[in-house]
Design a protein around this ligand. Structure first.
Ligand code: PLP
Length: 374
């Protein structure tokens, strides 16, 4: 997809906000506990390499991504820090990961066996670093019994030329919930499994943003820090108190490219779902669902020169219309996410309207929207 540099619509990423969030977290961590910034999905839409650069300056000592290609992107951008791929990779890519010092998440012993097969075909090379994923209740990937875990660690121990046991981790599914019943069950299950290890690996980790913010006694020696680093409260509204102020790093801005006076009875956009009840001013904003600005945002609002203006009619693929209090010149600033004057629209507000979570909104903005770093 081309990047729309000749259009006034852009995502503005505030590096100072990223720095503030990450530094604030790093400074809370106990001695010996590291922070890996989670930059999967293009840094939650903020730009992976740019976020990684700021995160490194702010004290992150490594990165987590979801897929191998995201790890390779960071290596190609010159990052030498540890990188953990959180998702399941193809065992055939084990030699590539080992050569690039990229750590793999492993959720089954047959994966190790297959990876070892490919690693053994090499004439030389470092072992692949693996983190064993434990499923303590997330129900996604991971070993679930002490016996399964022992089989995996024994296999790694027996194939030291191919595999290194670098880490072990789990992922909590309700750390952002004020009710910690399920969370405590997962912690107990984690201990049932991890406490059977004969030897702890270099990294032992359970914490995403929510766990580190609200249950930091669990952190052990590594935090996988995502949403909160971007200034987003991982709980949405459920737990408003955070140990420090989260500063949202992402804004979305555009401009009015066209205005007109609509007469009472005239309609706007596909399906003619909006009809003016009286004469009114209407502005066109060059953004649409092909940019990740969802079609269901009809009826939501933007800020035009700091004034709240309703989105009228259907959001089109590339354009949408807003009702204006009066005429504005072409080029007037439109804020779709962010602050203008004393008004603010957050990613959480957009997510609420779309009946989803801010994670989905942030990483849903497509590559057609340029990212501008301030
Ligand atoms: N760890 C794992 C395994 C994840 O899947 C994620 C994100 O989905 C994270 C850490 C980061 O979570 P958060 O963005 O809530 O900090």
């Amino acid at each position: 997809m081309v990047v729309g540099v000749h259009r006034p619509t852009q995502l503005v990423i505030d590096r100072q906000a990223l720095r503030h969030n990450i530094q604030s977290e790093v400074s809370r961590l106990k001695a010996g506990c590291e922070l890996f910034m989670v930059v999967k999905a293009n840094g939650y839409g903020h730009g992976a390499a740019q976020v990684a650069r700021v995160a490194k300056e702010a004290g992150a000592s490594g990165f987590c991504v979801a897929i191998l290609d995201e790890a390779l992107e960071l290596r190609a951008a010159g990052f030498n820090e540890p990188i953990l791929v959180l998702g399941v990779t193809n065992p055939a890519d084990a030699p590539l990961m080992a050569a690039q010092h990229i750590s793999a998440t492993v959720a089954a012993t047959d994966w190790l066996e297959e990876a070892e097969h490919y690693l053994a075909l090499r004439s030389a090379g470092e072992p692949l670093r693996v983190h064993l994923g434990l499923d303590t209740g997330m129900g996604r990937i991971g070993f679930r019994t002490p016996a399964e875990l022992k089989t995996a660690t024994d296999f790694i121990g027996d194939h030291a030329a191919a595999l290194t046991f670098e880490g072990i981790f789990t992922h909590f599914s309700t750390a952002d919930d004020p009710d910690d019943t399920y969370f405590k069950g997962q912690v107990a299950k984690w201990h049932e499994l991890v406490d059977t290890l004969a030897q702890r690996p270099r990294y032992v980790h359970v914490s995403n943003s929510a766990t580190s913010l609200w249950h930091d006694e669990c952190n052990d020696n590594l935090v996988r820090f995502g949403a909160a680093g971007y200034g987003l409260n991982p709980s949405g509204w459920a737990i408003p108190q955070t140990p420090y102020q989260l500063e949202p790093a992402m804004s979305l801005t555009s401009e009015l490219v066209y205005t007109k006076r609509l007469q009472a009875g005239q309609s706007v956009s596909y399906g003619a779902t909006y009809t003016a009840q009286q004469d009114e001013w209407v502005g066109t904003v060059p953004i649409g669902y092909a940019d990740g600005y969802e079609r269901r945002l009809q009826g939501f609002h933007v800020l035009v020169d700091g004034h709240v203006c309703e989105i009228i009619g259907r959001v089109c693929m590339d354009q949408m219309m807003v009702r204006l209090p009066h005429d504005y010149p072409r080029g007037t600033r439109v804020t779709l996410v962010g602050q203008d004057g004393d008004q603010q629209i957050t990613l959480q507000d957009v997510a609420d309207y779309c009946d989803t979570i801010h994670y989905e909104v942030a990483c849903g903005f497509t590559s057609r929207v340029p990212r501008h770093y301030i």
